[in-house]
Ligand binder design. Sequence first.
Ligand SMILES: C[S@@+](CC[C@H](N)C(=O)[O-])C[C@H]1O[C@@H](n2cnc3c(N)ncnc32)[C@H](O)[C@@H]1O
Length: 313
Amino acid sequence: MKMMNEVICGDALEQLQLLDDNCIDITVTSPPYNKKRSTFGWLVQTNRYADYNDSLPEDKYQEWQLAIINELFRVTKPGGSLFYNHKLRWSHGELYHPVSWIAKSEWTFRQEIIWDRSIAANIRGWRFYQIDERIYWLYKPIDGHLVGKELESRHAKMSSIWKMKPVKRSPDHPAPFPLILAARAIYSMPKSSEQVVVADPFCGTGTTLVAAKLLGHNYFGVDVSEQYVELARNRITNSESELEDIKKEMSKHVVKDPYKARKKRGTVNWPFAPKSLDGSQEAVSENSVNKSNRDDKPIAKEDEQTSRPSSKR
Ligand SMILES: C[S@@+](CC[C@H](N)C(=O)[O-])C[C@H]1O[C@@H](n2cnc3c(N)ncnc32)[C@H](O)[C@@H]1O
């Protein structure tokens, strides 16, 4: 791939259009949210990008985002994924939901992940404090099969709610996401043992690219701001200093006693199991698990085993 392990200063859509089909494995990205800062209070207004004013008419913004994610679909290899971080926004009482343009894209919708930031960016009281953002896991099917590979059993303890504090405010950039967010997305992919190509067309401080490098992968990043591109390049050069954070995140993916082994031993427990007479939780045999149709493995056994042809590409 041309431009491998590079951070380019340019427009995301234009740079993606220069790439060949099917050359990226995983993208983790967070675009500007079209915050139209002039209409918001002081907290949002003081939080500006260096070279982008983040204020488009909403229909133009959504068209742009749709074009970006469709271009990402083209450059992604079949079986590849896009983790698209966005949030629910309201303007004059109207909800702008990212799914409204994601649903028009060519991607297969794999999962909606809630990023629990535990802190609100806006503290006015028209709604309950919005402490969440979303991460949309979108998937490019192989030969029209929509389901894709099952996550490895090391993920048995991971849920669709990712509790991660936002990065502390810094003068360098108003909105980086946490390194562990990008690392979790990349490390969770079944292909994580191979060396893959990870992209971020709105790379800002280079968080995704640093995570990719520290996890042993190749990367490709774009940002419209020369200042952020310099920041990202320096951060990548000095990325070893962030290795401990990556190791800590990787250690969370290790399940010492996986479901398959417990099921084989007949010691599958779940919090709602009846207590035995001595108060400890009952071990449940494989048969009783099947009979009661309950399963402590969080990845549900839906009809996901049967893949059906995609109407999409
Ligand atoms: C939410 S920030 C991404 C932050 C990044 N995830 C990080 O951790 O640092 C969005 C980025 O998009 C960049 N941007 C805005 N318009 C762009 C465009 N047309 N093409 C490429 N980058 C753009 C901004 O400069 C900003 O750094």
